[in-house]
Write a protein of this length. Structure first.
Length: 299
């Protein structure tokens, strides 16, 4: 069989497609990226994964295509025999890090987030050693956990990361609102990095304006443990339930403390949200001019 794979969106290796690849490779099937409609009759089956609802879906042949992912339906799952497979890195020969979930689920039920609906309450997914599958991964591990400290084995996992001296990226961010002294102190002892593994910083979030006090307390807790503000990036959700004034206050508060704000727009088509995101996330622009000086088309 010839199997075509389509990663509709997402900037990082797609674990679902990697599991599909393992399943079919084990049966001796040819697994490759889908080459386009001119080759439709060459494929016995096509798998497509769509993470975001707003991403444009390519035209794929009916009858032989299986489409899944959060962008299609929160509850859809791979067939059991595929979901049990370990991921294959054959589709991503240039990937030089290990990737996966040590836990799944989340302790919170934020209205803007689909994780609780899709994954439920926190639960163990894998040991750290069980994620080190990429022959080219070396000492780099990207964790996709949505609530790392909500996982039942967070402490054992951090200790194992430290023991193996891994560079670890918590790509989805960590919850600073309820981080404990013990968690912050242990976190400070591991080699945390950004997604490119070329800068030392951790990512947190300040999504709700009303959480200002507990976010600041979490920052102070991390500072006391040895994690400086200059090594903290913050996702800042805008356009969900905050005003532009509240968005600006959060961004400037973080910047004044020495942290790096990174805006996440709820509605990417809204002119204000698009402009505010560009202003903040383009570091040079953010540092060189104020929001009142930044010009954009409000139409």
């Amino acid at each position: 069989m010839r199997i075509g794979m389509v990663q509709v969106d997402g900037a990082y290796p797609n674990l679902a497609l990697m599991q599909v690849a393992t399943f079919h490779e084990a049966q001796g099937h040819l697994v490759e990226w889908y080459q386009g409609p001119l080759w439709d009759d060459q494929y016995d089956r096509i798998y497509a994964s769509k993470i975001f609802s707003f991403s444009e879906m390519p035209q794929l042949p009916t009858g032989k295509t299986l489409v899944g992912g959060t962008g299609i339906d929160f509850k859809n799952r791979l067939p059991a025999e595929i979901e049990e497979c370990v991921p294959s890195y054959s589709l991503y020969p240039a990937c030089d890090y290990h990737i996966g979930f040590s836990m799944k689920g989340c302790r919170f039920v934020c209205k803007f987030c689909c994780v609780p609906q899709k994954e439920g309450r926190p639960k163990l997914n894998s040991t750290i050693d069980g994620l080190l599958l990429n022959p080219k991964g070396g000492d780099r591990l990207m964790l996709l956990d949505n609530d790392f400290f909500g996982g039942p084995e967070w402490k054992a996992n951090l200790l194992r990361i430290r023991e193996l001296n891994l560079k670890v990226c918590f790509i989805q961010g960590l919850n600073i609102r309820i981080i404990t002294e013990e968690q912050a102190e242990l976190l400070a002892t591991v080699r945390y990095y950004n997604s490119r593994f070329n800068q030392r910083y951790l990512t947190f979030a300040w999504d709700k304006y009303k959480d200002g006090r507990i976010v600041k307390e979490g920052i102070q807790r991390c500072n006391a443990a040895g994690i400086p503000c200059t090594r903290m990036q913050f996702f800042v959700l805008i356009g969900f339930d905050t005003t532009p004034e509240e968005d600006l206050e959060r961004v400037m508060t973080l910047a004044d403390m020495g942290c790096m704000p990174y805006v996440m727009p709820y509605n990417k088509s809204d002119p204000y949200q698009k402009a505010f995101t560009r202003w903040v996330n383009h570091r040079a622009t953010f540092k060189s001019c104020s929001w009142t000086e930044y010009k954009y088309n409000k139409a």
